[in-house]
Design a protein around this ligand. Structure first.
Ligand code: PLP
Length: 397
C-alpha cells in the first residue's frame, strides 16, 4: 500500500482488475479520441488557467473546511466538514462539468449531451453549457422526468433540451443507452459529459482528476488549521463514486489515512430494496467498464433502491471497486432511516441541512469508533434544498 500508482488507473485503463473500455465498436472513435488527448489537455497551461479561474470565480472554490464543534462534541472526535454543499448549483458535481466543458472546447466540440437520473448531473451540465453558450441535450428516463419535475424545469430554464427516454424501464439506464446512441450518430461535433467516475476509460480517471481538487484543498486547509495535512479518516458517500474519488484522491498513497466509503443500504442491505453494491454485488460489466454491480444469478442488472436519488445506482465506478478489492478503503452501508436521522441531526446541531446523499456519510460516523484526538474529514457532497420534499415526507424532526 505504498505507491499511488497501485490505486490510480494504469496505461491500459485498469484499476487492478477493474475498469477498461467495454464499448460497442461504433463508439470506439469517440472514446479513443478522448483517451488520446485527455491528459495532454488536462495538463496544458491553458486548461489549468481556465479551470482554476472558473473554480474560483464561478463555482466558489476553495470551499471551506469547517470544524463542526457541536457534532465533534457529540461524536467524541474532531469532525471537519468539507463544504461541497456551498458550490454553485449546490453540490460537487459542477467541479466535473466545468472541467468537461473546457475539455469539450479544447476538443473543438460544439454540442454537449448528458444523461441524468434524478436531474442533478443534468442541471450541472446545463449550467456550464449556458456559461459557454453550447447546445445541450440531456437524456432522462420518462419516469424520472415525472418524478423530478423541478430539475426538468431548471434544465429548461438554463436553456437545455430535455429528451425523455421512452424505452425499457424509462429510467437512468435507458437514458444512458439513448445518450450513447446519440453519440454514435454524432461523433464529430458532440462531447458526452458523464457525471461520475463511471463509464469506459478514460472517463473514470478524467472525472477523478477533475474532482481531485477536493482533497487538494483538504490537505492545504488541514495543514493550515492543525499543522498536519493528514487526517485519521476521510469519509464520503458513494453513488458512482465521484465525490468520494475527489475526497480520497490525494490521500490514496498515505496509508495512515483511513478511507471510508459509504453506500446506501436503502431499507436494509438484505431487504431486496438497497443500493449497497459492495455488500451485494459481483464483478461484471456496467456502462462500459468492468466493475462491481448488483445482478441476478444470470447476470441481469438488479434495480437499485435508495431514498436518495444520487446513491440509487446499481454499481460503483472501477476506482472504488479496486479500493474495495484491495481493502484500501472500508465500505459501510447506511439505511434510509439512519441517513434521514443524521440529516436532521446535522440540521439541528450545526445549522446545515445536508443532501440526503451526504447524510449517509454523516450517519456512518455512528458506526465508527474514534479516539478523542482523531481528525475526521467528512465530505459534505451537497446541500439539502433539493431534498426538502423528502425531509417533509419523512417527518421525524
Ligand atoms: C450525485 C450526488 C452524489 C453521488 O454521486 P457520486 O458520483 O457518488 O459522488 C452524492 N452527493 C450528492 C449531493 C449528489 O448530488
Amino acid at each position: 500500500m505504498s505507491s499511488k500508482a497501485i490505486f490510480t488507473v494504469n496505461e491500459h485503463g485498469y484499476y487492478g482488475n477493474f475498469g477498461g473500455s467495454y464499448i460497442p465498436e461504433m463508439l470506439y472513435p469517440n472514446v479513443e479520441e478522448l483517451r488520446e488527448k485527455y491528459l495532454q489537455i488536462l495538463n496544458s497551461a491553458e486548461f489549468q488557467k481556465d479551470y482554476n479561474h472558473l473554480l474560483r470565480d464561478y463555482v466558489g472554490r476553495p470551499t471551506p473546511l469547517y470544524l463542526a464543534n457541536r457534532l465533534s462534541e457529540q461524536l467524541g472526535a474532531n469532525i471537519y466538514l468539507k463544504r461541497e454543499d456551498l458550490c454553485h448549483t449546490g453540490a460537487h458535481k459542477v467541479n466535473n462539468t466545468v472541467g468537461q466543458i473546457l475539455m469539450a472546447k479544447a476538443l473543438g466540440k460544439k454540442k454537449i449531451i448528458a444523461e441524468t437520473g434524478a436531474g442533478q448531473h443534468g442541471v450541472a451540465t446545463a449550467t456550464v453549457c449556458a456559461l459557454m453558450g453550447l447546445e445541450c441535450i440531456v437524456y432522462m428516463g420518462e419516469i424520472d422526468t415525472q418524478r423530478q419535475r423541478p430539475n426538468v424545469e431548471r434544465m429548461k430554464l438554463l436553456g437545455a433540451e430535455v429528451r425523455p427516454a421512452l424505452s425499457g424501464s424509462r429510467t437512468l439506464k435507458d437514458a444512458t443507452n439513448e445518450a450513447m446512441r446519440h453519440w454514435i450518430n454524432n461523433p464529430a461535433d458532440t462531447h458526452y459529459i458523464i457525471g461520475s467516475v463511471v463509464g469506459p476509460h478514460p472517463y473514470p480517471d478524467m472525472v477523478a482528476r477533475l474532482q481531485a481538487v477536493i482533497s487538494k484543498e483538504i490537505r492545504e486547509q488541514l495543514k493550515e488549521k492543525t499543522g498536519n495535512e493528514l487526517p485519521d479518516y476521510v469519509v464520503a458517500c458513494v453513488g458512482g463514486g465521484s465525490n468520494a474519488a475527489g475526497a480520497f484522491y490525494h490521500y490514496l498513497d498515505e496509508p495512515s489515512v483511513k478511507l471510508v466509503a459509504v453506500e446506501a443500504a436503502g431499507k436494509g442491505v438484505h431487504s431486496g430494496e438497497s443500493a449497497a453494491t459492495t455488500a451485494l454485488g459481483k464483478p461484471g460489466i456496467l456502462h462500459g467498464s468492468k466493475t462491481i454491480l448488483m445482478q441476478t444469478e444470470d447476470g441481469q442488472v438488479t434495480e437499485p433502491y435508495s431514498i436518495s436519488a444520487g446513491l440509487d445506482y446499481p454499481g460503483i465506478g472501477p476506482f472504488h471497486a479496486h479500493l474495495f478489492d484491495s481493502k484500501r478503503a472500508d465500505f459501510l452501508a447506511v439505511t434510509d432511516e439512519d441517513a434521514m436521522q443524521a440529516g436532521v441531526n446535522l440540521s439541528k446541531t450545526e445549522g446545515i441541512i445536508p443532501a440526503i446523499e451526504s447524510a449517509h456519510a454523516l450517519s456512518a460516523l455512528q458506526q465508527m469508533k474514534f479516539k478523542s484526538d482523531d481528525v475526521v474529514v467528512v465530505n459534505l457532497s451537497g446541500r439539502g434544498d433539493k431534498d426538502l420534499e423528502t425531509y417533509i415526507k419523512w417527518g421525524g424532526y
